[in-house]
Design a binder for this molecule. Structure first.
Ligand SMILES: Cc1cc2nc3c(=O)[nH]c(=O)nc-3n(C[C@H](O)[C@H](O)[C@H](O)COP(=O)(O)OP(=O)(O)OC[C@H]3O[C@@H](n4cnc5c(N)ncnc54)[C@H](O)[C@@H]3O)c2cc1C
Length: 443
């Protein structure tokens, strides 16, 4: 005999920052859950020992500690402004221990599929050392991360050296004595370029477009802590920050980068000024886009060329939820079309936490997503009218969370949000569930 759906636990897939936040939110609402993590430990990609991790030895936060940490669980006193991955792994350990999440996570358990069950709820199949298992759950929270499936460019021609994605890069020592071409100057590409100048025989970085480079500190303070909590109107912010960057990092075109053909914050900013310093020291060169490969030679679109042993593609990641049928996520182009990047419209009871990219959203932003999921599930039990109202809302268009920014039409920007607009919408939606009577009165 099947249990009524509401009495079943919620399945949370992944024990990285987003999955842990989801478990914590469910627990706070008194909702039972089971966590699934294919690795042996918590921490997600911040655990460099996790084979799915895409961090490297030199990886540090690019958003500062106070804007990134979980509000209810600050990092201990003495934590640096921009901690490295080992620090962060310890932080997630303490988080899981502090909220007693670990004992409710099945480790070394990879979810293979999640499908809606014929009689309500979700049927999950996972594999652990004991083989494959299937069990029914009330709902599914997919928190399996966004930065795991490499997006590799299709180069014309053939290359005699090694082509590798940044996902498989761990340490600058791997580059010792090699002529390295890094493709892409996003945050990972620039970090790796800075590593490379200390190890490689020669380093070039190939770019398709210009970037805005943000230093980690301005006026001696972490840059993202300036003006916190008082968001400026978009045109003013773009005007002021562009000039502030000019003051602090100068014109990247002086160092060989193309001039950006978009305005600041229309793409994810690169938080790295060291690369400009190394360019100024002549430690590496900026090259144009790759046109074709021929033996060990790379030809660039501006007619230049260079010889390399390794092409390291810091070209980003594709969203990938292999355990979910794509129809359940309403994929359009490069990303699922979910209400507020969370709620599936086709599959009630399917939620995604962590499928969001933004400048400065931090783990608290992911926790706010998780809180909303937990509030919705709790309302289904305690406030069915509010939950039904909310469900009707989910069928409509998702609120505009761009903050008025016209994001570049790139795959990686297809699930990008403006943190202030997004947080405001999450808070508003949370209010619809937590204070349904007040809202009804106000109408
Ligand atoms: C170099 C680098 C720097 C970054 N800097 C910042 C920063 O400064 N600020 C910031 O906010 N973000 C930063 N990020 C983004 C980062 O993605 C987030 O901080 C955060 O790790 C996302 O957490 P997550 O839980 O959503 O995903 P992940 O950390 O990727 O965790 C997902 C977990 O799910 C597990 N999993 C996957 N599939 C399955 C399955 N089928 N079954 C069971 N388990 C599964 C994985 O093993 C993993 O443990 C950075 C990322 C990188 C790579």
């Amino acid at each position: 005999m099947h249990l009524p759906t509401a009495s079943l636990p919620v399945a949370v897939i992944g024990a990285g920052p987003s999955g842990l936040a989801a478990m914590r939110s469910l627990d706070r609402r008194g909702l039972s859950f089971t966590g699934f993590e294919k690795h042996t430990d918590v921490g997600g990609l911040w655990n460099i020992g996790n084979p799915a991790s895409t961090v490297y030895e030199s990886a540090h936060l690019i958003s500062s500690r106070t804007t990134t940490e979980f509000t209810e669980f600050p990092m201990p006193d003495g934590t640096p402004d921009y901690p490295g991955h080992r620090h962060l792994h310890r932080y997630f350990h303490s988080y899981a221990d502090n909220f007693r999440l670990r004992e409710r996570i099945r480790f070394s358990a990879e979810v293979l599929s999640a499908v809606p069950a014929a009689d309500g709820g979700w049927q999950l199949t996972w594999r652990d050392r004991g083989g494959e298992h299937t069990e029914r759950f009330r709902a599914v929270v997919a928190a399996s991360g966004t930065l795991h499936e490499p997006a590799l460019p299709a180069f014309a021609g053939s290359f005699d050296g090694e082509i590798r994605h940044a996902a498989r890069y761990r340490s600058g020592t791997e580059l010792a004595g090699r002529r390295v071409l890094i493709v892409g100057a996003g945050n990972s590409g620039c970090d790796i370029a800075v590593d490379a100048v200390h190890h490689a025989a020669a380093v070039d970085i190939s770019v398709r477009r210009g970037y805005y480079f943000v230093p980690k500190y301005v006026f001696g303070r972490p840059t993202d802590t300036l003006n916190q909590g008082r968001p400026l109107p978009r045109p003013l912010k773009q005007f002021l920050d562009k000039r502030l960057l000019r003051l602090f990092t100068g014109d990247p075109a002086r160092f060989g980068f193309p001039k950006p053909d978009y305005r600041i914050y229309e793409s994810h900013p690169v938080v790295n000024s060291l690369i400009l310093q190394h360019l100024g020291q002549g430690d590496l060169r900026v090259r144009a886009d790759v046109e074709r490969l021929d033996g060990t030679t790379v030809h660039f679109t501006d007619g230049g060329s260079g010889d390399y042993d390794l092409i390291l593609c810091a070209t980003g990641y594709r969203l990938h939820y292999p355990y979910l049928d794509s129809a359940l996520l309403d994929w359009r182009g490069a990303s699922p079309q979910l209400y507020l990047n969370i709620f599936s419209r086709s599959a009630p009871g399917l939620f995604v936490v962590g499928m969001v990219e933004a400048s400065g959203l931090g783990w608290q932003g992911r926790a706010a997503q998780a809180d909303l999921v937990a509030a919705y599930l709790a309302a289904q039990d305690g406030e069915p009218a509010a939950a039904a109202d909310f469900s009707r809302r989910l069928a409509g268009p998702s609120p505009d969370v761009t903050g008025g920014y016209r994001y570049l039409g790139l795959d990686r920007m297809s699930y990008y949000v403006n943190k202030d607009a997004y947080r405001a919408e999450l808070a508003r939606h949370q209010g619809l569930l937590d204070e349904p009577r007040e809202h009804a009165d106000a109408h």
